[in-house]
Design a protein around this ligand. Structure first.
Ligand code: HEC
Ligand code: HEC
Length: 431
């Protein structure tokens, strides 16, 4: 309408005759009527032509940020002093055995808290791609194989890994006790002097690191605006969502079956599946994925069934108590969340695919003979590449459809990324 009024004024400016003004008025009325027509359509359905099932699926991928409660397994979860202490630890190279690498070496704030490499590299090159630590507060399992069931145990794992930070309980515990500022940070976070037992102290550092990481959440996206507009029945606002992304969303949630695994506000069911990514490690041998992850998780003293869980009711341990080392867990990896996914190439547990287009093409042309089945041979379990019952089928998407899915995935990027600023609340030596 505003445009048309301007058009009317232009006409008036050009010619002052009464007839012209009359024509302009008639034309204005006609265009106003045209503009009102889609509104009438909204009353009956919606101008985007989404059916009830599509609307239901779109709504399931929000709201964002999703509600979150502090972690009962971590007594300092959500505590400001622990968050500040955890932030300091996250950027602290002295935590590593050599004093040269920190968590931020691989989880780089400017790279969406990942590293842009195929495989994580700190003191050595690892076997897996570095996932982002954004939105980890919503996860149930940690690591590509879910070898940890809580964020604090996941946060001490790299400290002890020779290829990551190459430290030991001894090293980190002595260092925190011996450094007045850090011991002070610990005291402020935990309300007591650093524990005398090395392992207990190291786990507490994990808990402070977890408290900090719980604050790292991706911002609102174009998709969230669209989803909320649909929820409000505000079709005018929903129409601002790019047409190509909308077509992609329909493939993602419809014939592409993507949202069978990538669903919910994080675009992940939080569980494990196999999608036919090669499993031979660069350093040799096979990455057994979830099968090995379950074994490691069960064997870990730091799981939620152990004594370091601050939730004495152990309600937090219910999922760990019921995991099953089933043969189909072979070669399964955690379904990654897809928020900001366009910023974290390369993709998959081993960085096997370089671009989002490659990922969508992988699903489009998936070779079902690359999916594995577990067998027991002479008492030993092994995996063989044979077609399994799978929800995955080659989608045979046209190039334009692949473009649409990629365009949709790009609308999961936060709209107004905020540059991460180190907190001004650095730990001061004032205990
Ligand atoms: C060598 C680079 C490297 C360093 C240094 C590193 N990480 Fe990681 N991080 C990784 C990789 C690779 C994974 C995936 C591990 C796996 O699947 O086994 C990971 C996984 C994680 C996860 C789980 C994310 C998820 O989606 O499951 C968290 C949380 C995490 N790291 C936090 C930390 C913290 C805290 C530190 C510092 C104490 C740290 N990382 C240091 C590379 C690194
Ligand atoms: C059967 C469950 C399942 C389905 C269906 C599925 N995915 Fe995935 N997706 C996964 C798993 C598991 C991974 C990680 C696999 C790995 O690393 O080996 C993954 C990885 C990805 C990644 C890489 C993310 C990253 O950070 O590395 C993208 C992007 C993705 N999927 C998009 C899609 C799209 C698009 C579709 C539909 C065409 C789809 N997925 C269908 C389970 C699924």
């Amino acid at each position: 309408m505003a445009d048309f009024r301007r058009f009317g004024r232009i006409i008036q400016g050009c010619s002052a005759t009464l007839t012209m003004r009359l024509y302009a008025l008639i034309a204005a009325g006609f265009f106003a009527l045209l503009a009102a027509l889609p509104l009438a359509a909204v009353a009956q359905g919606n101008p985007l032509g989404l059916n009830a099932e599509e609307i239901r699926l779109i709504l399931r991928h929000g709201p964002w940020p999703a509600p979150w409660a502090t972690d009962a397994s971590n007594r300092v979860s959500g505590k400001p002093a622990a968050i500040a202490f955890g932030e300091q630890l996250f950027f602290e190279p002295r935590l590593s055995g050599t004093g040269t690498v920190s968590c931020a070496t691989c989880h780089v704030p400017e790279r969406n808290w990942a590293d842009g490499r195929k495989l994580g590299v700190a003191l050595g090159e690892g076997d897996r791609n570095t996932p982002t630590v954004l939105n980890v507060r919503y996860h149930r399992w940690f690591g590509w194989d879910g070898a940890q069931d809580n964020l604090w145990a996941q946060s001490v794992r790299p400290l002890l890994d020779a290829k990551e930070m190459g430290a030991s309980e001894r090293h980190v515990a002595r260092w925190v006790r011996g450094d007045t500022a850090l011991a002070c940070g610990y005291r402020q976070a935990f309300g007591q002097a650093p524990a005398t037992d090395d392992e207990t102290l190291m786990i507490d550092l994990g808990k402070a690191l977890a408290a900090f990481q719980e604050t790292l959440v991706t911002g609102r996206t174009l998709f969230d605006d669209f989803r909320d507009a649909v929820a409000r029945n505000d079709w005018k606002a929903a129409a601002a969502y790019p047409a190509t992304a909308l077509r992609g969303a329909r493939i993602f949630m419809g014939k592409g079956n993507c949202s069978l695994c990538h669903f919910g506000p994080q675009f992940s069911n939080g569980e494990f599946h196999e999608i036919g990514i090669p499993i031979v490690r660069k350093s040799g041998g096979i990455d057994w994925g979830r099968y090995q992850g379950i074994k490691l998780l069960r064997a870990s003293r730091f799981n939620l069934l152990g004594t370091y869980n601050d939730d004495k009711t152990q309600a937090t341990a219910q999922f760990t108590r019921h995991i099953d080392l089933a043969p189909q867990t072979f070669e399964q990896f955690k379904v990654p969340g897809l928020r900001n996914v366009a910023l974290t190439a390369p993709y998959m547990h081993n960085g096997h695919l370089a671009t989002l287009r490659d990922v969508v093409r992988h699903y489009s042309e998936i070779d079902l003979t690359q999916l594995h089945q577990a067998h027991i041979y002479a008492g030993d379990v092994y995996a063989q590449a044979v077609p399994t019952d799978s929800v995955l089928q080659p989608l045979k998407l046209r190039d334009a459809e692949i473009d649409d899915v990629v365009a949709f995935l790009e609308t999961l990027n936060e709209r107004a990324p905020k540059r991460f600023q180190r907190s001004a609340k650095v730990i001061k030596n004032k205990c």
